[in-house]
Design a binder for this molecule. Sequence first.
Ligand code: 48H
Length: 274
Amino acid sequence: MKLKDEKITKAIVERYMKKFIDNLNQDVIIAGAGPAGLTTAYYLAKKGYKVSIFERKLSIGGGMWGGGMMFNEIVVGEDGKKILDEFGINSEKYEEGYYTADSVEAISTICSKATKAGVKIFNCISVEDVMIEKNSVCGVVINWSSVDIAGLHVDPLSVRSRYVVEATGHPLEVLQILEKKVEDDLFTKTGKIMGEKSMNAEIGEKTVVENTKEIYNNVYVVGMAANAAFGTNRMGPIFGGMLLSGKKLSDILIKRLEESNKIKEKIEGIVNVE
Ligand code: 48H
């Protein structure tokens, strides 16, 4: 059989468009495919929810590839190790309470498991705004990252979801926009983004899990973004907190999605009887 170049083009464009159109109305949309966003997405997709991630860069994985200062090993604590085990990522005990893993194996495995569980990752696309209806966020506004890099004046597109996750890490890109656009307060002590504090692994690892929660109606923060939003410490290249934050958020969202599905079914039942 002779390969036709234009057939290859048609296959790519048709399949991409189908994937894009099939994912215009999601249970959860995540901005940022770092370890926290990917972990959240994996557990949600495993439960059957429709999840997509928009990632600005060509490569997914955020800051995990480089370990600490490009020494491509990560450290996790006891609880983080349990999540590495769930993903089937090899780790080695260093000392009591400290485990190391190869960062390339870790992030590539998380990505592989997430996509195989059904997460749709759209790379090279940045979230540049949010959609808001009745004081609740109901989707995101996206554009090709290359449009921004080239400084082109090209209007974006929008994608709807029941919940939006801010997983853009240190810069809090989605929240920065949200803070400017909403008339009411964010769910922080000050009502505003509180900003990340200095390095402290002990505090940062604990608070990143505590800070994983709803920060505005239908918007949740996860991973490094959670500490930057709620004003607690960065933690350096210890990545257990990112995984545990992702797992915690998936539990919160699964519960919320289940509850709202039950309410929807009840309402539909009443309407059908009438
Ligand atoms: C789409 C976007 C946008 C946008 C950014 O930085 P990340 O790895 O975030 P986490 O929270 O999963 O992990 C944090 C960790 O990598 C880290 O930095 C730690 C532990 N630091 C501690 C310390 O002390 O320094 O991933 C965020 C992802 C990246 O891939 C970005 O490219 C992407 O989000 N992104 N994607 N639209 N507007 N902005």
